[in-house]
Design a protein around this ligand. Structure first.
Ligand code: HEM
Length: 238
C-alpha cells in the first residue's frame, strides 16, 4: 500500500476526508442559499433563469458536476457512519465525546456536538425528500414547466410556491434548517480541528465562527418557506 493510500485509510485520513467533504458541502450551501434567496423577490424568472442558465453555462459538464456533488454527500455520509459506529467502537471504548469531555473539551460538545449522527441522519433523510421534490418532480413532471426567453425550463419558483403553501411542509423545512444549524455549528469547528489548522488559542474564535455560520445558514434557508407561505413578496413588492 502506498503511503498516501495508507494515510487515507487510517482513522486520521478518514477524519481528514470527512472535514474536506464537509467544507466542500458548506461551499455548495453558499451557492445554494444565494440562488434560493431569489425566491424572496417573488419574480419567478430570476430563480428559473438561474436554474436554466446554470445548465447551459456548464453544458456537458452539468451532469458530471451533479454526480460530483452527490459523491461528496455520499462520501461524507458513509464516512460519518463508519467513524461513528464501526470505527469508534474499535478505537475508543469510552466514546469520542466522553473522552473529549475528560480533556476539558466540554464547551465544544454541547447539544450540537453529541448529536452529529442524529442531525446528519435527519439531513440525509431531508435530502432524499428534497431531491425527489425539487429535482425529480420538476425535471420529470410535465406540470412544472414554463417558457422563459422562448425556451421551456423547469418552473422551480412555482414548485417551491406550491410546496410552501402547505403548513406541514413549512414546519418540515423550518425544523430541518434548525437541525442544519446545529450540524454546522459543531461540524465547522470539528472540520478545522481535523485538518490540524487550529491553534489552541484559536479554538474560541473558530467555535464562534461556526456559530455565526450556523445561524446564517439556518436563518437564511428557513426564512424562505415562511416568506413564501405568507406571500411576503406580494405584500412588500407588488
Ligand atoms: C428552504 C430551503 C431550500 C430550498 C427552497 C431549496 C430549493 C432547491 C431547489 C429549487 C433546487 C433545484 C435547483 C435546480 O434544479 O436548479 C434544489 C436542489 C438541491 N438542493 Fe435545495 N433547497 C433548500 C435547502 C437545501 C439544503 C439545506 C440542502 C442540503 C443540505 C439542499 C440540497 C440540495 C441539493 C443537493 C440539490 C440538487 C443540486 C442542485 O440542483 O443544485 N437544499 N434545492
Amino acid at each position: 500500500m502506498s503511503a498516501l493510500k495508507k494515510m487515507l485509510f487510517s482513522s486520521i485520513g478518514k477524519k481528514y476526508i470527512m472535514a474536506v467533504s464537509g467544507l466542500g458541502l458548506v461551499g455548495f450551501l453558499v451557492t445554494h442559499l444565494a440562488a434560493n434567496l431569489l425566491l424572496l423577490t417573488g419574480n419567478p424568472d430570476l430563480l428559473n433563469g438561474y436554474g436554466a442558465g446554470l445548465k447551459s453555462t456548464l453544458g456537458p459538464l452539468f451532469y458530471p458536476a451533479e454526480a460530483a456533488l452527490v459523491g461528496l454527500f455520499l462520501v461524507h455520509i458513509i464516512l460519518a457512519i463508519y467513524i461513528n459506529v464501526a470505527g469508534k467502537k474499535a478505537a475508543r471504548p469510552i466514546g469520542y465525546a466522553k473522552a473529549q469531555r475528560g480533556k476539558g473539551g466540554e464547551s465544544k460538545f454541547g447539544l450540537a456536538g453529541s448529536n452529529m449522527l442524529i442531525t446528519g441522519g435527519l439531513l440525509a433523510f431531508f435530502l432524499v425528500v428534497h431531491l425527489w421534490q425539487v429535482r425529480y418532480q420538476v425535471q420529470f413532471g410535465s406540470k412544472f414547466r414554463t417558457m422563459l426567453n422562448g425556451e421551456q425550463v423547469g418552473d422551480l419558483y412555482r414548485y417551491c410556491d406550491e410546496i410552501f403553501a402547505s403548513p406541514l411542509m413549512v414546519v418540515f423545512y423550518v425544523g430541518v434548517m434548525l437541525f442544519l444549524g446545529l450540524h454546522l455549528r459543531h461540524g465547522f469547528w470539528s472540520a478545522i480541528q481535523s485538518l490540524g489548522a487550529m491553534k489552541p488559542e484559536w479554538s474560541k474564535s473558530i467555535h464562534a465562527l461556526g456559530l455565526i455560520i450556523a445561524i446564517l445558514f439556518a436563518v437564511g434557508f428557513l426564512i424562505i418557506p415562511i416568506w413564501m407561505h405568507f406571500g411576503m413578496a406580494a405584500r412588500l413588492f407588488q
